[in-house]
Design a protein around this ligand. Sequence first.
Ligand code: GTP
Ligand code: MG
Length: 373
Amino acid sequence: SDVITVGELAKRMGVKANDLIRELMSQGNMVTINHPLDYETAAILAAEFNYEVENVGFNEETILNVDKAAVGEDKPEDLEPRPPVVTIMGHVDHGKTSLLDAIRATNVIAGEAGGITQHIGAYDVELDGRKIAFLDTPGHEAFTAMRARGTSVTDIVILVVAADDGVMPQTREAINHAKAAGVPIIVAVNKIDKPGANPEKVKQELTEFELVPEDWGGDTIFVEVSAKEKTNIDGLLEMILLQAEVLDLKANAKKHGCGAIVEARLDKGRGPVATLLVQEGTLRIGDPLVSGAHYGRVRTMTNDRGEQVQEAGPSTPVEVTGLSGVPDAGDTFNALDDEKAAKEVAQHRAQKQREAELAKTSKVSLDQLYARL
Ligand code: GTP
Ligand code: MG
């Protein structure tokens, strides 16, 4: 339902909040200035002051839709191929981080200024001019959090299984997550350099999960690698690009950027810093932006190589400053034409969060009251 706080209503009516509070008290309602009023209460209250309240409602879809450039229908001719977005998952110590490091190491662009690798939680990798975006999720939590929010950011999951250890609890978990999200799995059998490595056993174990290698008559891609020795890393990238071709991934780069927050934090000097994955459209410096209950303008944009960029197209991870607060991983973001609209959407969401909190608190205190009785 649409609500307004006592303070906001007073402001819009041009009366003192205390006058409204006094009136509400005389009706038996003990409220504070931040108390939310539903439409009916606000209408009755306003009528006391000879005001009429119009319920124009608030629908953020309407606001986001007003911005045709942001969420307009994609014309088929506007859809262009986009790079795949890949998440690496697997059991503890099976080599997720090492594999990502190996991938990055084989991809250091020659003569790159400084060659300093920034940790921004996501990486852009290139093979023969074809790009792949990797999300460096700190674990399954991020993936799960994103899915719980209904955000799907991953096109392909790389399931890392150590050849000397085989299928373990978190391997199973990862398979379940990927399957529930309907994301294809490529198996990277890692640590094949180790004396105890047994890739065939890994393949055998995974058939139980309907992950059957192609040479066994199935349709799952298996790649044997060593992250430590950097063996067959290009082979893995090739397979990712092959799988991406099958998926026929496309996006419209011509509209305003939108996508998901990969991670975010508060930086002492720079304020809120968010790594976001542009999924559709193009995000540019100066764009008004809303993410969760936060808004702002894109002040700076940095890629994973620490370079300042002016714009970021589909499947590009960038680190952005300029938001009013720190959004949660998995939150969506939208660039808009108008900062005022971005602020409105953010404030509406913040209001909804407060209401939810308030509802929780009053329920708790009621429960506590009953417990005491
Ligand atoms: P968590 O983030 O803790 O879940 O681990 P992870 O999956 O990121 O594994 P990580 O990359 O940290 O590797 C764990 C250990 O395995 C480290 O000691 C690595 O050096 C080692 N390791 C990773 N890949 C290989 C490999 O291909 N061969 C060998 N011999 N060791 C490897
Ligand atoms: Mg790790």
